[in-house]
Design a protein around this ligand. Structure first.
Ligand SMILES: [Fe+2]
Length: 498
């Protein structure tokens, strides 16, 4: 392995830091590397060609008072594969907010656990006055990697292989001024990017569709009764689906400027369905009260729209008498405590009825599927298991929706993974013919790998473990972009008018 240090960043975090999400597996990275000819245990499949990208919450400065991991500054990690070899790069995302804080040598923006009035700058986000840290998700669209922020922000663009900054993707300046939510949805059949934006301003939710040449084809309102906190959306071939979940800022407190998320357990969940071409009215369907952080997929089945996602049985964990300073934060990011289980809603587009059923009794989250089945009928969901009490991924599962059976792979103690997207084998005909990729952080050995699994049999363990030049911070959302997606360069296409 040949390693070059590209940049070293200063850290202004306390030397004796004890924050559970800035230490251990969540220790931020300060060095940017470029590494070629990575060392491999096993062998990298020669038909694996493309790039695996992961975003990471990687704070360089302390919070004003209370840090939440979702506030961390974005850092991208990319590993590219061709002809059985791998190269790696990581880059801090040079956001406007981080640059201002580094210049000021202190935090300027209040985070999710802090009063927004403490922000010294106007800031961004649905809550307003936040730093747009661009640290939540990453997708590849129009040949560019787009990083995004969970409470709405800009889409920062990067070369997906070199991670060089490429400005921002604002779809010719037509995205809402609020920005867009972290979870955009890529439809690989149409190459459209489906986006939603939410804010405290009526109509509270907007839906946009961008094509891969950087133009916006749809933008419409999806009016809600008030400010909501949706994190993800779903789509089928013809419809976009949005959740109006009864976990939102308490309106009475919000009127006093206090942002306190409360679960209104007697208020139903509502799903709003709109046509992807933007036409027609929003259709609403009522379901049991819950909160869904992530959907796995949706598809059309006769008169019904099938929507799969993770139903939370306990979206607002309660404070306990012996709680320490980090206890509530720990509970709210603990998939086991939240009781997130795979669930199916069937929305009948003729009768307006909604039927729902639990698909698994096991707590899981952070799903991925074969992208060729996105918005279409599908059979397999891959998801992460989490360490109880922690926002750490300790295993990988494959759920067969036809048989109900699950396969499980558990990482060794002290090894934590990131979201594991599916990379289809180029010649595949079977849905599970492909690979799952994940970056792991081993806190005992102080090293990191990219682990590659044969999705046909997770229980066999990784077919290859590719060593990275340094241990990387634990992180969450990730994506796979195959060679065909990397080939489309949006800027070149726009310039030539094709
Ligand atoms: Fe997410």
């Amino acid at each position: 392995m040949k390693v070059r240090t590209v940049r070293q960043h200063p850290s202004r975090l306390p030397a004796d830091d004890d924050h559970p999400y800035r230490t251990g597996a969540w220790q931020p990275n300060l060095v940017e590397y470029e590494a070629t000819g990575l060392d491999v245990e096993g062998s990298i499949p020669r038909d694996l060609c493309g790039v695996y990208l992961r975003n990471t919450e990687n704070p360089l400065l302390p919070a004003i008072e209370r840090y939440h991991p979702f506030d961390g500054d974005g850092m991208l990690h990319a590993i590219s594969f061709q002809d059985g070899a791998a190269n790696y790069r990581n880059r801090l995302i040079d956001t406007t907010g981080l640059r201002a804080e580094l210049d000021a040598e202190r935090p300027l923006f209040a985070g999710i656990l802090e009063d927004p009035k403490r922000s010294e700058r106007p800031g961004h986000g649905a809550r307003t006055a936040m730093k747009d840290a661009s640290s939540t998700d990453v997708v590849v669209h129009g040949g560019r990697a787009l990083s995004s922020f969970y409470q709405c922000g800009d889409l920062y663009a990067h070369d997906p292989v070199t991670l060089q900054p490429r400005g921002r993707q604002d779809f010719e300046g037509r995205l809402p001024s609020w920005g867009v939510s972290a979870h955009t949805k890529l439809d690989p059949h149409t190459h459209e990017l489906l986006m939603f934006s939410y804010s405290k301003q009526a109509p509270y939710l907007k839906f946009s569709v961008g094509n891969r040449d950087g133009r916006l084809s749809v933008q419409r309102d999806v009016p809600l009764p008030g400010p909501r906190l949706p994190h993800d959306m779903a789509f089928s071939e013809n419809y976009a689906i949005f959740g109006d979940f009864p976990l939102f800022w308490d309106p009475k407190l919000l009127a006093q400027g206090i942002h306190h998320a409360r679960f209104f357990r007697d208020t139903p969940t509502r799903f709003g369905v709109v046509r992807r071409d933007g036409s027609g009215d929003v259709r609403w369907f009522e379901a049991d009260p819950t909160y869904v952080l992530h959907f796995s997929n949706a598809y059309e089945d006769g008169d019904e729209l099938v929507v799969d996602g993770y139903f939370q049985s306990n979206p607002a964990p309660k404070r306990q008498p012996d709680d320490g300073p980090y206890s509530m934060l720990m509970r709210y990011v603990d998939v086991c405590e939240l009781g997130a289980r795979l669930h199916r809603w069937r929305l009948n587009l003729v009768t307006g009825a909604c039927k729902e059923e639990q698909l698994s009794v096991e707590p899981r989250e952070f799903p991925s599927i074969n992208p060729r089945h996105a918005g279409r009928p599908y059979r397999f969901v891959y998801a992460m298991t989490t360490k109880p009490g922690w926002f750490l991924f300790d295993g990988l599962t494959k759920h067969d929706l036809h048989t109900g059976r699950e396969q499980h792979y558990e990482f060794p103690p002290g090894v934590y993974a990131s979201e594991a997207p599916f990379a289809p084998r180029p010649s595949a005909t079977d849905e599970d013919d492909g690979y799952l990729l994940s970056f792991t952080s081993d806190v005992n050995a102080d090293e990191s790998h990219c682990e590659i699994f044969d999705a046909g049999d997770l229980t066999a363990g990784p077919v290859a473990r590719v060593r990275l030049p340094a241990r990387i911070c634990s992180g969450t959302h990730a994506c796979w972009a195959g060679a065909d997606e990397l080939a489309h360069d949006a800027e070149r296409a726009t310039a030539s008018g094709d």
